[in-house]
Design a protein. Structure first.
Length: 549
């Protein structure tokens, strides 16, 4: 769906917008959200707060749907805009009408003065209105002036009023046009289920939700969705998703102002299959004790008054005590080699004694400072002599931000070739200790002004740059020391499956971290949302798809 909205000549010259956004007749055309993003980036230059592309996209949608409603009205009331031209000419004079239309064309070169047909599927253009005489041309301009007046009336668009500032039209009939059209449409056929005038129809969204573009789009879907059709409704729903994503990024929704972020609830939905193997005899009987590996080793060192920093140094007496107390499973948290960047991030953020997160992994290898694989095998054998099985964490959703997988297999992760937001910058410390790859957090993370959803990975040999998503479950902030795996890729799924099997060969009990994020419905909800269901993770609605896809 292509759409446009009014951009004054003054604003166009001031911001030097990308010329590829404009059609040959001067109209600004947004073919997709990427075009709205380019426009927003230009509009954001020199502003303290960047302009959300979601707002630009929403303005275009509102303008396009207004045109569609006018077209539908004309189909039921043929020649209405031509009659409106004659009505205004009679009330204000033909010369005043022509001067107003001319001034409008000069001030708003986006107006279709050449009457190039719309490229959208809305029905505007030659096919819908084949008669293109003088009355039609003036009617088309009057329609654009009418929508300009409505844009200036709309409180939800006040932040962008400079784009459609009608000051150059003040000494024309523009200032009196709306009152004249109010009277005209009262005499014309009514429209819709409530028999309203065309102006009442066009004003209804802003009256229903004066301060919210999202609310106005929702009104249009609920009131006119059947007329607009599935394709356009899906575009509107996607536009609402973009706005929802921006609301999540707003600090007012929770986080930096001390308030709690909203927690989504999930009930019902599609049924998902379940497939379990039969339990072994021991499984229902296991009594599991959880120990943070590093903390426990430090406690044992103090208790036994000797260095106990490796798994193979855990005393037999301690294992005897666990067995005596009835424990048949020992869950050691934090066994895997952890991300070095995770520790750097935590220390940089003000905790000099912090260690890396146990869920930001470098690789599925037992940490060297715990004694590595040999020390694990020693402990596993001694524990089993006492009837104790070992358990470990598995983190299938993500890896550490500087993990071996990120360095050597960036294709396994969700990424973009460009930053998702124009204000993102990556000028901080390189968190990688590998000369081949640079890893950079988004700058605003460090001053708590934005919990950025991506980090930058740079291949120092080829210059290839990817913006990789942090792990995220959509309920709070991104996990900024992690990188999100792309489970839409069958190669990634197979790699994770083989990794799980390898872990299972070493640990008969596995605790899956963030396991709910692997369910199909949550992968779609978070990373590929359906139209109208996006917003959990900022910038992902643009990547959304239907279930059938």
């Amino acid at each position: 769906m292509l759409f446009e909205f009014h951009i004054s000549k003054t604003a166009r010259e001031k911001y030097d917008f990308d010329k590829t956004l404009f059609a040959t007749d001067g109209r600004i055309i947004f073919a997709d959200f990427a075009a709205a993003r380019r426009f927003a980036e230009k509009l954001s230059e020199g502003r303290e707060n960047p302009v959300p592309a979601s707002d630009i996209n929403a303005m275009g949608l509102l303008d396009e749907v207004m045109h569609i409603l006018i077209r539908q009205y004309e189909m039921e009331n043929s020649g209405v805009m031509t009659r409106a031209v004659d009505w205004i000419a009679e009330k204000h004079g033909r010369d005043a009408l022509d001067l107003g239309l001319l001034r409008f064309s000069e001030a708003f070169p986006s107006a279709p003065t050449a009457l190039t047909p719309s490229l959208s599927p809305s029905g505007r253009g030659e096919e819908a209105l084949p008669h293109q005489g003088e009355g039609f041309r003036k009617g088309a301009l009057l329609e654009e002036m009418l929508l300009l007046a409505l844009e200036n009336e709309n409180p939800a668009l006040n932040a962008y009023s400079e784009l459609f500032d009608a000051t150059p039209l003040e000494d024309t009939l523009y200032s009196e046009m709306m009152g004249t059209l109010e009277t005209f449409f009262e005499y014309e056929a009514k429209f819709g289920s409530q028999d309203e005038t065309l102006l009442q129809i066009l004003r209804a969204p802003m009256e229903e939700s004066p301060e919210s573009m999202r609310g106005q789009l929702l009104y249009l879907v609920e009131e006119w969705g059947e007329l607009l059709g599935e394709k356009i409704v899906n575009q509107i729903l996607r536009g609402m998703d973009f706005l929802s994503e921006e609301a999540i990024r707003d600090t007012g929704t929770g986080g930096s102002d001390g308030s709690a972020p909203p927690i989504p609830e999930f009930f019902g939905g599609d049924e998902e299959y379940e497939h379990f193997s039969m339990d072994k005899d021991w499984m229902p009987q296991i009594v599991l004790l959880a120990k943070n590996a590093y903390v426990w080793l430090d406690q044992l060192s103090k208790e036994y008054e000797r260095d106990i920093s490796r798994l193979d140094q855990i005393p037999d007496e301690e294992l005897d005590l666990l067995a005596k107390r009835g424990f048949s499973g020992l869950w050691l948290i934090g066994l895997w080699e952890r991300s070095k960047a995770s520790r750097k991030i935590k220390q940089k953020m003000g905790n000099p004694d912090a260690v890396a997160s146990a869920y930001s992994l470098d690789d599925y290898a037992i940490a060297n400072d715990l004694g590595g694989q040999g020390a694990l095998e020693n402990l596993r054998w001694r524990a089993w002599q006492r009837g104790i099985r070992l358990a470990a964490d598995m983190v299938p959703n993500h890896m550490g931000i500087d993990s071996i997988w990120v360095k050597e297999h960036p294709e396994r992760f969700l990424s973009l070739d460009y930053p998702p937001y124009p204000n993102y910058s990556f000028n901080g410390e390189d968190l990688s200790d590998d000369e081949r790859v640079g890893i950079y957090l988004e700058d605003h993370y460090y001053d708590h002004s934005d919990a950025a959803v991506v980090f930058k990975r740079v291949d120092k040999w080829t210059g290839d740059t990817k913006y990789i998503y942090h792990g995220n479950d959509g309920t709070s902030m991104p996990w900024n020391d992690t990188a999100q795996l792309n489970f839409l890729d069958p190669n990634v799924r197979e790699t994770v499956i083989q990794t799980i099997l390898d872990v299972a060969r070493q640990f008969p009990v596995i605790r899956f971290d963030a396991a709910m994020t692997l369910a199909k419905k949550h992968i779609q909800r978070l990373w590929y949302p359906e139209p109208g269901l996006g917003g959990a993770i900022p910038s992902r609605a643009e990547q959304g798809m239907s279930k059938s896809a």
